[in-house]
Design a protein around this ligand. Structure first.
Ligand code: PGA
Length: 246
């Protein structure tokens, strides 16, 4: 089953509209390569989204790092799916472990965010992953996190990013073998929900992906791309990761 491969940059709370030079150099690299099979998505902070979309070519898509579950109203400081859609944003990260941890986003809250994003045609990059303490019960943790997804979804509107929390920003990753088998088990979990369509859902790996380990990770049969934090902030490193995805 051919699935779409994605290399997604999560800039977190880094970057401004001035980061257009970073976007342009990635863009130049992709255009030079021509045969790029992976889709490239950059998720900068909200404040930089509009400017970067305007100044970039269509070859790069943009995503937000969060969204509120309502479309409008008295929610000071929040941004809705309607607003993102009108800005030309195509993707949104939902359920990143940093938001689950610092903003205490619950399974129910994430479910509302996913529904809101889907209703405005945003593709959802839904993050799941266990903490170090939860490794032994990983399977039940992931299963529980996946309950935020709606009862029906497709490979066209949901991307799953498996990000072990203990691997994010630490330089540690599960072994290559482990990554592939966890991805296989995640696909089995979603097939209980959506049946055969599960074979079309891209499952990305995230957590300390860098220019040195990307080739091994991205060539795994059940890994359909990467969600990259730290290494996405340097053009040279990110472009090397893009190159290893083919
Ligand atoms: P990292 O972050 O690549 O810096 O580990 C990944 C993420 O948090 O999405």
């Amino acid at each position: 089953m051919k699935r779409t491969n994605y290399i997604i940059a999560n800039w977190k709370m880094n970057g401004t509209e001035k980061s257009v030079s970073l976007v342009k150099s990635i863009q130049k690299h992709i255009l030079k390569k021509r045969k790029n099979s992976a889709k490239i998505v950059i998720c900068p902070p909200f404040t930089a989204l509009g400017g970067l979309i305007q100044k970039s070519k269509k070859i790069i898509k943009f995503g937000a790092q969060d969204v509120h579950h309502e479309h409008a109203g008295a929610f000071t400081g929040s941004i809705s799916a309607l607003m993102l859609n009108q800005l030309g944003v195509k993707f949104v990260i939902i359920g990143h472990s940093e938001r689950r941890q610092y903003q205490k986003e619950s399974i129910k809250e994430l479910s509302k965010k996913i529904n809101s994003a889907l209703s405005k045609n945003l593709k959802v990059i839904f993050c799941i992953g266990e903490t170090l303490d939860e490794i032994k019960k990983r399977s039940s943790i992931l299963k529980k996190q996946l309950t935020s997804l709606p009862s029906k979804f497709t490979g066209n509107n949901i991307i799953i990013a498996y990000e072990p929390v203990w691997a994010i920003g630490t330089g540690k990753t599960p072994t290559i073998k482990e990554i592939n088998s966890i991805h296989k088990s995640i696909r089995r979990m979603i097939s209980n929900k959506i049946g055969k369509e599960a074979s079309k859902v891209s499952i990305l790996y995230g957590g300390s992906v860098n220019q040195n380990n990307s080739e091994d990770i991205l060539n795994l049969s059940d890994v359909d791309g990467a969600l990259v934090g730290g290494a996405s902030l340097k053009s040279k490193d990110f472009c090397k990761i893009i190159d290893s995805s083919n």
